[in-house]
Design a protein around this ligand. Structure first.
Ligand SMILES: Cc1cc2nc3c(=O)[nH]c(=O)nc-3n(C[C@H](O)[C@H](O)[C@H](O)COP(=O)(O)O)c2cc1C
Length: 163
């Protein structure tokens, strides 16, 4: 068996570009919870499923999991500051950020490239992460005209569609 070094794993797989999304929910007392992920992905059309992979070390994920639902805001290229504020756990971030409730009552970040509202369908442990599948309740594209925010090789970038 080959032993794969953590740094090499990160460096090599950092060559694979991802989008940047914010997973949110609201606790029963109304407190918003949020975490930034690069692992959000479409999974299935019939039934409509999406997924993401939270680290077992995340403090937000157990709180989101307990609500049984989540929303995804796919960040636009001009939302790098939003991303940094959430990753840095900026105190009072939900007072500073512009957001509105999804149909199921999860915070959606205004200006996102797209949003998806979900109920948690399944959670499967995979090494030091969970594989979370969400059943899509509703979704829409945002009004933004800029491209999506991209993360590649540890840096932020903008994807420019060639259509
Ligand atoms: C671009 C980017 C992508 C990330 N992707 C993930 C991810 O897919 N899963 C994850 O658990 N954390 C990911 N993180 C790290 C989390 O955002 C960070 O650990 C987060 O704040 C969760 O910690 P908390 O839940 O304790 O607040 C990512 C961070 C960045 C900047």
């Amino acid at each position: 068996m080959t032993l794969v070094d953590d740094a090499r794993f990160r460096q090599v797989l950092g060559r694979y570009p991802t989008g940047v999304s914010v997973i949110t929910s609201r606790e029963p007392d109304g407190t918003p919870v949020s975490m930034v992920v690069g692992t959000f992905t479409a999974v299935s059309l019939q039934p409509p499923l999406v997924g993401f992979l939270p680290d077992h070390g995340s403090t937000s994920w157990p709180r989101i999991r307990a609500t049984g639902r989540f929303a995804v805001s796919v960040l636009a290229a001009d939302q790098q500051d939003v991303c940094r504020m959430i990753v840095a756990k900026h105190p009072g971030r939900f007072d500073l950020l512009e957001w509105a409730d999804s149909p199921s009552g999860c915070p959606l970040l205004v200006g996102a490239a797209a949003w998806v509202d979900c109920v948690i369908e399944s959670v499967q442990a995979a090494g030091d992460h969970d594989v979370v599948l969400g059943r899509v309740l509703d979704l829409d594209a945002g009004p933004t005209s800029s491209g999506p925010l991209v993360f590649l090789g540890g840096a932020y970038a903008e994807a420019t569609p060639t259509l």
